[in-house]
Design a binder for this molecule. Structure first.
Ligand code: NAD
Ligand code: ZN
Length: 239
């Protein structure tokens, strides 16, 4: 199917990164079995919640800073280099597609990026180290250095608006593709999980690669229930 396709879109979820040591949300032992997510409204509503959110972020941070792209990310990067893949749409926030060598302008992050922070008021980017230093000094996240606004990791929380430009790009890429590969996603988080449906309805082939069944298996042309890294390395061998 990849050989026959002209424009492939890759769509990834937390499952592509578990082999890099970042747990997913829903699997046994996943992040949600430890902590319920903090909703955007609650983050905005109280400083105590923002302290809690940042504390959790610092506790998790080594997991993200130490993670390296795995065989699955590397196989996707090779497919991109081969010129087949028009974009990598990801729900992940870990920066591993970029770290694996996929050019930044080909990665569309639907849920943002946890490797830096952003001011919710003026949009200025801040490094995590800046927030951590301020937090260690005062016991709470520092305000934005530019406008005194509220700093949050550059991720999209439940209840927070989706990034408009990324959503529009992802939709355009999905409509233009003839093959859509959904990898390592349970396909239950909307609106992200809408993209495979759009692709299929628009006539593209739909392949799902996931360890366990997903919500959209019944509409897929091919479902592979296996590890993402192993499956993708055999799909795109090293030259
Ligand atoms: P999910 O946790 O709902 O689903 C992950 C899916 O991947 C599961 O169905 C699981 O069976 C499968 N899986 C796990 N390891 C796999 C492997 N090695 N090979 C094949 N399949 C594997 O995750 P989701 O659907 O991506 O949605 C949850 C949200 O959580 C995302 O929107 C994302 O923003 C966020 N998240 C991101 C990260 C990250 O950046 N790495 C990690 C956890 C959660
Ligand atoms: Zn600001």
């Amino acid at each position: 199917m990849v050989d026959d396709a002209q424009r492939v879109v890759i769509f990834t979820g937390a499952g592509i990164s578990t082999e890099s040591g970042i747990p997913d949300f829903r699997s046994p032992g996943g992040l949600w079995t430890q902590n319920k997510p903090i909703y955007f409204q609650d983050f905005m509503a109280s400083e105590a919640m923002r302290i809690e959110a940042w504390q959790r972020k610092f506790n998790m941070d080594d997991t993200f800073t130490e993670a390296r792209p795995n065989a699955g990310h590397m196989a996707i990067a090779r497919l991109v280099q081969a010129g087949k893949v028009t974009s990598v749409i990801t729900q992940n926030i870990d920066n591993l597609h970029q770290n694996s060598g996929v050019p930044e302008d080909k990665v569309i992050e639907l849920h943002g990026n946890t490797t830096y922070a952003k001011c919710l008021d003026c949009g200025q980017r801040h490094e995590i180290a800046f927030v951590r230093e301020g937090f260690e000094q005062s016991g709470k996240p520092p305000p934005c250095a530019a406008c005194n606004g509220i700093l949050k990791t550059a991720t999209i929380s439940f209840g927070q608006a989706m990034p408009e430009a990324e959503m529009m790009r992802a939709e355009a890429e999905t409509l233009a593709c003839d093959l859509f590969l959904a990898i390592g996603s349970s396909l239950v988080v909307y609106p992200a999980a809408g993209f495979p449906i759009i692709a299929k309805q628009n006539g593209a082939g739909l392949v799902i690669i996931n360890r366990e069944e997903t919500e959209l298996d019944q509409i897929a042309d091919l479902v592979i229930n296996d590890e993402a890294g192993l499956t993708l390395s055999s799909l795109v061998p090293h030259n």
